[in-house]
Design a protein around this ligand. Sequence first.
Ligand code: ADP
Ligand code: MG
Ligand code: MG
Length: 247
Amino acid sequence: MLKIENLHATVADKPILKGLSLAINAGEIHAIMGPNGAGKSTLSYVLGGRPGYEVTEGSVTFEGQDLLDMEPHERAAAGLFLGFQYPVEIPGVSNVQFLRESLNAQRKARGLEPLSGGEFLKLAREKAALLKMDMDMLKRPVNVGFSGGEKKRNEMVQMGILDPRLAILDETDSGLDIDALRTVGDGINTIMRRPDKAVLLITHYQRLLDYVQPDFVHVLADGRIVKSGGPELARELEAHGYAEIAA
Ligand code: ADP
Ligand code: MG
Ligand code: MG
């Protein structure tokens, strides 16, 4: 589904990713862990097509297409979802409006009819119920005044409604209390643990991985993957720290 080969990227002319390779198949959940400043968020920004992140070498294909050649909205329409460490607030635009616009833009790019207001609300209600979310939250402006936990729950509803093929979630667990962590974990499992979907979970800590069991764990240090393994690698990292494992 996703194939990253020898990816090099710079931010403000500073090399950050230095030969990163990673392959993710449908049905798999991968976790990337690593010390602060390793380039984890840079990887998610590069995959999302954020301006200012320049790829200087290497390739990325998504479902066989050249991802780096696609505009950010084309990446989303192709089924890529990005969850961010710090979700943006959009005053004056309700979640319902925002999500309906986003979903319909993606449907249009796929040659599908837009959903009407009624059809969209029915879908939103279904997804909110599935994730045990409050519909009232969906009527509020996007993320405005939401607590850290609410933003992450909201991100799960966004993901449920947009129904991506591949979700890249950057530190979705940061700042969450135990209940919110469980909700997010359940959300990821409910929406994304399917044979035709895949997840790349970027996380600092092992704790989210207690709820979402990864198939593969990778250590990212200084811009490349320095070690890969199974779920046990996350526990080793937690016990021994990055310095020893990545050395
Ligand atoms: P991580 O998510 O693993 O903590 P990041 O990808 O956020 O790491 O950052 C990797 C490195 O890139 C850090 O050294 C950071 O300071 C640097 N960096 C990120 N954004 C910029 C920027 N806009 N200008 C200069 N350096 C940056
Ligand atoms: Mg960081
Ligand atoms: Mg980061």
